[in-house]
Each structure stands twice: as C-alpha cells, then as structure tokens.
Write a protein that binds this ligand. Structure first.
Ligand SMILES: Cc1cc2nc3c(=O)[nH]c(=O)nc-3n(C[C@H](O)[C@H](O)[C@H](O)COP(=O)(O)O)c2cc1C
Length: 141
C-alpha cells in the first residue's frame, strides 16, 4: 500500500475552544494509532493545518470523516500524494505548541506575519512541516 500524505487547512467554527481542541487531539491519537496513521495538527485562533500520513485507504478515510466535522469548515487540500517516508513517524497526532520558536518558524514560511495556511504555497507548507518535524524531534530528544 503506498505511503500517502494529505495536508489540508480549514477554518475553526466560531466558539471552538481549548476543550474541543483537546477532544480532537485525544480522539485523533486513539484512532490514528489503530490505523498506523501519523501526523501533526497546527492551529491558531482562526485556522487549522493538518498533515496525515499513512496508507492511502486510511488517510482518505480519516480525511473524509474530518471534512464532515462541524467544528471546522472550508477544508482545502494543500498537498496530496505518495511520499517515500513519514515526517511525523513518532506521533499519531503531534501538537505544536504556539511558542516563540514555533511562531518564528511559521512566520518564515508564511506570507505576512499572521499564520494563514490558505495563502501558503504547497512548497512552503511542506518546508514548514519538515521544519516543525525537526523542531519536535529536537524537543523530544
Ligand atoms: C481539525 C480536525 C482534525 C481532526 N483530526 C482527526 C484525526 O486525525 N483522526 C481522527 O480519527 N479524527 C480526527 N478528527 C475528528 C473527526 O472529525 C471525528 O470526530 C472522529 O474521527 C470521530 O469520528 P466518529 O464519530 O465517526 O467515530 C478531527 C477533527 C477536526 C475538526
């Protein structure tokens, strides 16, 4: 089965707070681990950016389910394709804390100072994910 990566962005529905985000992360980690899916979820108060990597069937199934979720809307695929290796193999769903270090990295790949994944090129998105994976690995080790 080809290793497949999906990266999409979406907009948070109004009134989605930290409890809902914690719930999304918990359910994602449980479900994704069962299907050998790894990835990362990045968000600020307006936008989500998520990367899912695993078998083609698993990531497509999860993405379809996510698209129906009322906690966000306007999902747009940023990249989709086969990849030779995972970026987030250590995480069923990594969470990127909104620290000075991550904000600086994100700003490097964004247009303007605000994180807005809708304005990012596919190339910038992949570079940002590679950078975040390096940062997470460094923090973990
Ligand atoms: C931004 C966002 C990201 C999500 N990511 C995942 C994910 O990676 N894996 C997952 O199983 N569910 C994820 N969910 C939750 C799903 O939409 C869904 O609620 C969950 O999979 C449970 O589905 P079920 O009620 O059909 O079992 C996410 C939801 C949102 C809003």
């Amino acid at each position: 089965m080809p290793l497949t990566r999906i990266v999409y962005c979406s907009e948070l529905t109004e009134n989605i707070g930290s409890d809902e985000i914690a719930d999304i992360l918990q359910v994602s980690r449980e479900n994704n681990a069962k299907q050998a899916v790894s990835g990362v979820l990045l968000f600020n108060t307006h936008y989500f950016l998520q990367c899912l990597e695993g078998s083609r069937a698993a990531v497509n199934g999860i993405y379809c389910r996510i698209c129906c979720d009322q906690r966000h809307h306007n999902a747009q695929l940023l990249t989709y394709g086969e990849v030779s290796q995972r970026l987030f193999s250590a995480w069923s769903m990594a969470y990127v804390p909104w620290t000075e270090a991550t904000r600086t990295r994100i700003a490097q790949y964004s247009i303007g100072t605000e994180f807005n994944p809708y304005q990012m090129s596919a190339e910038s998105v992949v570079k940002l994910l590679e950078e975040l994976a390096r940062l997470l690995l460094k923090d973990a080790g």
